[in-house]
Design a protein around this ligand. Sequence first.
Ligand code: 5AD
Length: 351
Amino acid sequence: MNYKDLIDRIEAGYEPDAQEIESLIQLDRPEAEYLFNAANRTTQKYCGNKVHIRGIIEFSNYCRCRCLYCGINCDNNDVKRYRMEPDEIIENAALAYKAGYRTVVLQSGEDLWYTRDKISYIVKSIKSAGDMAITLSVGERNHEDYLQWFRDGADRFLIKHETADEKLYNMLHPHSNFNNRLKCLRDLKKIGYQLGSGFMVGLPGQTAETIAKDILLLKELDVDMAGIGPFIPHPKTGLKEKAQGSTFLTLKAVAVSRLLIKKVHLPATTALGVLNSDDKENAFSSGANVIMIKVQDHKYRKLYEIYPKGEGQIESIEAERRKLENFIMGLGREVSDDRGDSLKLKEDNYE
Ligand code: 5AD
């Protein structure tokens, strides 16, 4: 089948196999334009024209893990570590609410200082202060923890599968393993969370075949959201010499995911750097409908460096949101003022 027919058919509901997905991932320019346009139409049809803005509070950079790619892994002694107190996190979420955020993502390294009860307290306090969705992103914990936080009112959980290649996964995560990650993802879905996974593009040793498997895994996990971003080498990690993942390849992975899964929230990931680039060809024209920005105090931001990135100007939480809103509107998109819950909870589409 030629690539245009394949794209048309997937847009209409055909479920491609791994090889067909791989062939789309390998499209060159200008053929990829056809893919991006189809992804864009699919976004408009299933998500509408609105972009959801999520506020993220990176509340601790302590981590027990040894992820080879990550700048805050526990072997990096050059990082100054910080933890926000529970009440500080709650106050921060209240500020975000006031600035217009209706989703707050609470993310940290895997830091067991935050016990089940501490996180329960944080979740319950934030939920009692207003109608704001909470996404937890605190890594692998036991089933009882996940269940308790869901009962406390946490709405969503974000824990990426990172790569669907089991051998590569286990090499990159010497402290854990692929099966445990899958178990966490499945448990979370079963408990009832709106589930977020995702993966990195351009990891050393990754092939187009792996990316096809990554996308099929998103489908199998029945995710509600998926963050797909390029791998960026961090100078203080074992992968510092490796090449950065390609933006073009990442955009194709986002586009194929949109085309295949349809009712899924796809962020323009921070690693793609859309805000700092003039590139008109960005994730918002190839399937993305969500963006996350940091809302914690500036003194913590540069310490949460999972991969190198530029430092923004220091502005208020309101000014930063306005700037982002203007950016989104400049792309011809609107800004959502609701929580942006899972599209799978909605019956209809935007046609
Ligand atoms: N490059 C790109 N993405 C990274 N992440 C972590 N380290 C890197 C890196 N070096 C991503 C992972 C993780 C998320 C918090 O950030 O996908 O899940």
